[in-house]
Design a binder for this molecule. Sequence first.
Ligand code: NDP
Length: 444
Amino acid sequence: MPYVDEVLERVKQQNPDQPEFYQAVYEVLESLRPAIAKKESAYRKSALLERLTTPERAILFRVPWVDDRGQVQVNNGYRVQFNSAIGPYKGGLRFHPSVNLSVIKFLGFEQVFKNSLTGLPIGGGKGGADFDPKGKSDREVMAFCQSFMTELSKYIGPDTDVPAGDIGVGSREIGYLFGQYKRLSGRYEGVLTGKGLSYGGSLARTQATGYGLLYIVDEMLRCNGKSLEGKTVAVSGAGNVATYAIEKAWQLGAKPVTCSDSTGWIYDPDGIDVATLTVVKHVRRARLTEYAAARPGSVCHEGKGVWSIPCDVALPCATQNELLLEDAKVLAAGGCFAVAEGANMPTSLDATAYLQSHGVLFCPGKASNAGGVATSALEMSQNSQRLSWSFEEVDAKLSDIMVKIFHNLDEAANAYDMPGNYVAGANIAGFLKVADAMDAQGYV
Ligand code: NDP
């Protein structure tokens, strides 16, 4: 049996209750086949793929906290330190009721390749809790963050593991987590990224994932003889990534016409108004119905449906498995010629295959949303140097990194005779660097 199949079988057997993790491993290993084939016996002998698909460490912990009624609540906390071959573990924390070990392992596994693609010295990890910050008071969120960090602080540090934000973990949560780490350790150090500007954060980190997504889309289109100028863009999500993707899409001459949250979605034929969206979702933390109320020309729909609007470019920026086969068919039939993932694994495997086989340019999340972690690494550099770079300096470095990532995956796809297959290109380019470092460091 080919080595890849053997390992896929092993991952399935050992993780029967982890569908998201298996989906992520399957997607990566399938596209690594040509790269594995070149060194199959050496990789098999050193159990490279078994080591690559098994986290170095998975920490599960109890998070007790007291709510505003005086009731003790208990959540499940996680930190999966997946691979440190090329640097300290780096990856976000997600607070959402859907968080479980499978979700955190899939995200940690993806992060290994994403971080490798940035060209920066960062390994892969991910963490979080099944805590829902929605509807909680500030005091409750602080109590939760402090309890979460009391346990997590034993396992992280500026040279070992540097978490950041993700779904449900924004600047407010990072502030509470950082404060508790400092109080427990007595040290003021760059142990988290996505920090506020007044205490070690980097300019442009907030915008980085959304802006980076548009920088790579711009380069992908340019290299395929197209451009964003005058194009209609469909975006899902209304959080950090979606908001700044929408803002940069406008700046690059496109018109973003949709956004969504977990209850519904907006179609605004005049284009999404970033200021209104920011007030509704980031200041008031309200539902999108308030956006429609403030913008009479727009329509708010309940449930899913954001991909039913004809567009040239689609940017899924909410969560995993939100663009399915049926959506891919509607997008391709409506003339969409490019899809780039702002979220992690938002496109199902069959939807990705459909888009690729119907001539739609497809940029996978591990490349297209890498701007966030890349800028986190720039924040780590600034913290180590005790310096703060200007917005323009960080933004220019981000743009440069995204353009380089695109050429990295384009070249890897060409080198393995799969021109235009950016999924394979991203996986192969990310893998080769990590595999090389693992090889050099012995069987650890
Ligand atoms: P936010 O929490 O800021 O926003 C998430 C958005 O997605 C919200 O609009 C939320 O709706 C919506 N959403 C969440 N879960 C669901 C669901 N099950 N169904 C429909 N909509 C949902 O998160 P981010 O913008 O930071 O992250 C979005 C995605 O991008 C995630 O996949 C994340 O892993 C990925 N990512 C984020 C990076 C970053 O720097 N922030 C970096 C790289 C990747 P509601 O408002 O109703 O909660």
